[in-house]
Design a protein around this ligand. Sequence first.
Ligand SMILES: Cc1ncc(C[n+]2csc(CCOP(=O)(O)OP(=O)(O)O)c2C)c(N)n1
Length: 317
Amino acid sequence: MDKSTAEWIWQTMVKIRLFEEEVERLLQSGELPGFAHFYLGQEACASGVCANLAQSDYITSTHRGHGHCIAKGGRLDKMMAELYAKETGYNKGKGGSMHIASPEIGILGANGIVGGGIPLATGAALSSKLKKDGKVTVCFFGDGATNQGSCHESMNFGAAFQLPIVYVCENNQFGVGTRISEVTREPDLGKRAIGYGMPFEIADGQDVFAVHDVARKAIANARAGGGPTMLELKTWRYRAHFSGEPAVYRTKEEEAEWLKRDPLEIAKKQFLDKKLLDKTQMKEIQAAAQAELEAAVEFGRTSPEPALESALADVYA
Ligand SMILES: Cc1ncc(C[n+]2csc(CCOP(=O)(O)OP(=O)(O)O)c2C)c(N)n1
């Protein structure tokens, strides 16, 4: 990893952490409407993967999508305005947390339907193959989504037609309150790729170097015409499934074990040890991210509400 990539990754991980913590505060205080699925704890996954993408490449995301959006270059102010349901948001305030999309920068959308993004990603990759546009699609999904039919159908299709796509399963161990081991016998979800004749890698999702490494190879291979790869990133969401849910299904002991391996702490140590970043640089990056976040909140707060007459505009179904 070179210094500029390290800088970008640290900036991205910090932005995701600060954004999510702020959204949590704003929801708890009642200032933001609705609820959100926090990406806290999974920062290394989106950051390590997207560090290998160009702006023109595509991603599809999930209900837990803020981290993917930030890592693909989403602006904090337009994201925050969307959460405030304001006209200046990415979806003019009509999408909210689970539907943020920005096709101009390759974000084909978060998705409230579990497994819903996987066929969309596969279709985007098919379009790239037919148009020979050199783009790669990264499809993010959770462990729960691997048991959706759409996942099986899409991965089989992607492999059969050797599409330029990387299927990234962020295995945070739970689908709402269901432990993946209760509903799936094989703990290594990456091995499912064998059934499709697709290569796979299983990596530590808390270690951004490990994530970056497997993603770099898979994305380069897809771009070179080598077809899809499945990545399984073992990770842990710090919060409950969504804001306000009690998370009674996890033990304090396993939570404590995972918290010992915080992705930002691991990254910080490695950046310093490998002399890719120094402490002053890291502090400056953190301060800049904090300032950007504060400006984003102000933008969201003060932006206008969508006009009543626009209620049916951009609504397709
Ligand atoms: C088709 C469908 N079924 C059920 C739900 C309700 N639901 C929302 S999130 C979720 C769990 C998803 O788990 P996973 O894919 O592992 O993602 P994670 O929440 O862990 O990031 C479920 C069942 C839904 N939104 N869509």
